[in-house]
Design a protein around this ligand. Structure first.
Ligand code: GDP
Length: 295
């Protein structure tokens, strides 16, 4: 994961590791390389610039120049700052409703259906949760079939209504079905389109209004870099969602989305998807991710 970024940061910080004596010039040089590594990883330039400015301020405040191991201290400062940028603490999901309603949003192909299944499976394994999946993509019959296939794989019931083309009505009927049949979590999979458009936003906003979810999640493909961040902003403006799901982190992604999405929308990444299988889901821990990035 993020091999390229890890290599570049390692090289940048190596500049200091080798030095017995450190000068403000070395620090500036190192941070310039750190900034370059972040921008190459598809982190927005301003975010990268602010990032290194904060590290520099802390480095000078902590007298990195006089410390015995300035290289290590800089690694720690960069790691702490990365953790902070990605959200600080891990954020849980709100399962307080009965049933708890979880609404999935995102573009087509982002991994919503797959993640809906993964989350249902994850919650089902907690024993106290009995999830129901609800298929609200009325435009692509294949999408309904896909959710049924996922449901069968994990042994979770799927609510759908192929004769109904109103996603708001299906979402409401799904919640009613859950209430009547003892499900305590409802995961609503919705239709996405290939790009942000008004019809999709209106539809998801209407579903949101109709079912007042306990948790609205925005699913995004990490491979799409800065586009991921822009899409997040568009969805957040309409839905004011609660958290981000970053999928396809097992692919050859550069890491920009993971690093910058929190600071743009001010919403935490809650889970990551690391493969196509139903088990390929992890809770997102910013500090663990920072550890992985910095090796
Ligand atoms: P949706 O259109 O948003 O519902 O997206 P899908 O759930 O259908 O996912 C689109 C494609 O991405 C499918 O081929 C999935 O198998 C794949 N996919 C989803 N999540 C992941 C992931 O975390 N890693 C990988 N490698 N593939 C994923």
């Amino acid at each position: 994961m993020f091999d390229n970024l890890s290599d570049k940061l390692d090289k940048a910080l190596h500049i200091l590791k080798g030095h017995g004596q450190i000068t403000e010039i070395n620090v500036a040089e190192t941070l310039k390389e750190v900034r370059r590594a972040l921008v190459d990883a598809d982190v927005n330039y301003k975010i990268a610039k602010d990032f290194t400015a904060r590290v520099k301020e802390k480095a000078l405040g902590q007298d990195v120049l006089k410390s015995l191991k300035p290289g290590q201290l800089m690694v720690k400062l960069v790691k702490d700052e990365l953790t902070e940028l990605m959200g600080g603490d891990a954020a849980g999901i709100n399962l307080s409703g009965n049933p708890s309603v979880i609404l999935m949003s995102g573009l087509q192909g982002s991994g919503k259906t797959t993640f809906s299944g993964k989350l249902a499976n994850f919650l089902k394994n907690k024993k106290t949760k009995k999830p129901l999946l609800v298929a609200c993509d009325v435009y692509r019959p294949a999408a309904i079939d896909q959710l049924h296939v996922v449901g069968e794989q994990i042994n979770v019931e799927v609510f759908s209504d192929r004769d109904n083309n109103d996603p708001v009505a299906i979402a409401k009927a799904g919640v009613a079905h859950a209430k009547a049949n003892g499900f305590n979590v409802v995961i609503i999979d919705t239709a996405g389109r290939l790009a942000v458009d008004e019809a999709m936003m209106t539809e998801i906003a209407n579903i949101h209004k109709a079912v007042t979810p306990n948790e609205t999640l925005f699913v995004v493909d990490s491979m799409t870099g800065q586009d991921a961040v822009n899409t997040a902003k568009a969805f957040n403006d309409v839905l004011n969602f609660d958290g981000v799901i970053l999928t396809k982190l097992d692919g050859d992604t550069r890491g920009g989305a993971a690093i910058s999405i929190k600071s743009v929308v001010n919403k935490p990444i809650k889970f990551i998807g690391t493969g196509e299988k139903m088990e390929a889901i992890d809770v997102f821990y910013p500090s663990r991710m920072a550890d992985r990035i910095l090796g």
